[in-house]
Design a protein around this ligand. Structure first.
Ligand SMILES: [Zn+2]
Length: 308
C-alpha cells in the first residue's frame, strides 16, 4: 500500500514587529484563520527565538501546515536566509532561515516587513490585478516594496526596495538609524518628519497624529505643514514613476492616515516631476489592508518558499 500524503493547504505567517509578534494561519488566497500574538522580547536572541518558537508551535496543525513565512523589520540576505541588520531586534547577522528550517522541518520564507506588506497589498489589497506596483509605507521610517512584471522584486541579495532612502534633497537633514545618508525620503516624509513639524507648530508634546487632527479640524498652518511633507513625498514618487513606470503607487503605514492632506500635494508634484506617458497612467492610492498587511504578506512569502 502506498501512503498518500495529505496536501497541506495552509501556512503560518509571522509578522515580527519591534514591539509585537503577530502570527496566523493562512490559505493561498491570503485569508487569515486562527491568530495569536505576544510582546516581542528584545532582551536577547535566545529569548526572541523562544518566543517565535512558541508562537509557531501554538498554530501548528500536524500535517496541515506546509510552510512558514516571516516578515522582519530589517535587511535580509535572501541567498543565505540571513538577517543582516535589524535595528530594533537582536537578530543582526543571524542565519534565520536555517534555524527555523531545522527547528520545524518545513520550508521557510522570509522578507523585509515592507516587502511583505507590498506583496499583501498586491495580492489581495489595493494593488490586486496589477503587474507593476510600488508601495511606500509611511511610519516612523519609510519602507518600500516593488512588484515588477507580476512578481516581487528583491534585487541581487534581497536588499532592494529601500525606497525610503532615495535622495530628495542633496545634503539635507540626516537620515535615521543605521543610514548615514542625508535628505532621504525617510527624513523628510515619514511620521517622524510629521512629528517634528507638529512639535514646531503645536508645542513640545505634539505628535504627527495631533498635526493630522489639527489639519482636519481646519488649522491652516497644520494643513500647510502636511502639504509640504506631501510635496516631498511627491518628489520621491516622481522619481519612482520615472524609473519603474508602475500602474499604481500604494501608500500605507500609520502616517498614511493623513490621506489626501498629504496625497493631493504628492500627486501634484509627481505630475510635475514624472514624464509622460507614465505620469498620466499612474495612480497614487491609499493601502486598504491596514495593520494586517504584514501578517498576510508574511504568509504569502511562506507560500512562495513552498512553491520554489
Ligand atoms: Zn536613509
Amino acid at each position: 500500500m502506498v501512503a498518500v500524503a495529505v496536501e497541506p493547504t495552509h501556512v503560518i505567517g509571522v509578522d515580527l514587529g519591534g514591539t509585537k509578534i503577530l502570527a496566523g494561519v493562512l490559505d493561498r488566497e491570503g485569508r487569515v484563520g486562527r491568530q495569536t500574538q505576544r510582546t516581542t522580547p528584545v532582551s536577547s536572541t535566545a529569548d526572541l527565538l523562544a518566543a517565535l518558537e512558541e508562537t509557531v508551535g501554538e498554530l501548528l496543525e500536524p500535517g496541515g501546515i506546509a510552510a512558514l513565512g516571516f516578515g522582519i523589520p530589517g535587511t535580509i540576505d535572501q541567498g543565505r536566509g540571513r538577517v543582516e541588520v535589524a535595528p530594533n531586534l537582536p537578530l543582526a547577522e543571524f542565519d534565520f532561515r536555517e534555524w527555523m528550517e531545522k527547528r520545524f522541518g518545513l520550508p521557510v520564507g522570509m522578507d523585509n516587513d515592507a516587502n511583505a506588506a507590498a506583496i499583501a497589498e498586491w495580492a489581495i489589497g489595493a494593488g490586486r490585478g496589477t503587474r507593476h506596483m510600488v508601495m511606500l509605507t509611511l511610519g516612523t521610517g519609510v519602507g518600500g516594496g516593488l512588484i515588477l512584471d507580476g512578481r516581487p522584486y528583491r534585487g541581487s541579495v534581497g536588499a532592494a526596495g529601500e525606497l525610503g532612502h532615495i535622495v530628495i534633497q542633496h545634503d539635507g537633514p540626516p537620515c535615521q538609524g543605521v543610514c548615514t545618508g542625508r535628505g532621504h525620503l525617510e527624513s523628510l516624509a515619514s511620521g517622524t518628519a510629521a512629528g517634528k513639524a507638529a512639535r514646531e507648530l503645536l508645542g513640545p508634546d505634539a505628535s504627527a497624529h495631533d498635526l493630522v487632527r489639527e489639519a482636519q479640524a481646519g488649522n491652516a498652518a497644520a494643513a500647510s505643514a502636511l502639504a509640504e511633507i506631501g510635496r516631498k513625498l511627491g518628489s520621491g514618487i516622481g522619481s519612482l514613476v520615472n524609473i519603474f513606470n508602475p500602474e499604481l503607487v500604494v501608500i500605507g503605514g500609520g502616517f498614511a492616515a493623513a490621506g489626501d492632506l498629504v496625497l493631493d500635494p504628492a500627486r501634484e508634484v509627481m505630475r510635475r516631476e514624472a514624464l509622460q506617458p507614465a505620469r498620466d497612467l499612474v495612480r497614487i492610492v491609499p493601502a486598504v489592508l491596514g495593520s494586517e498587511a504584514g501578517l498576510v504578506g508574511a504568509g504569502l512569502v511562506g507560500f512562495e518558499a513552498l512553491d520554489s
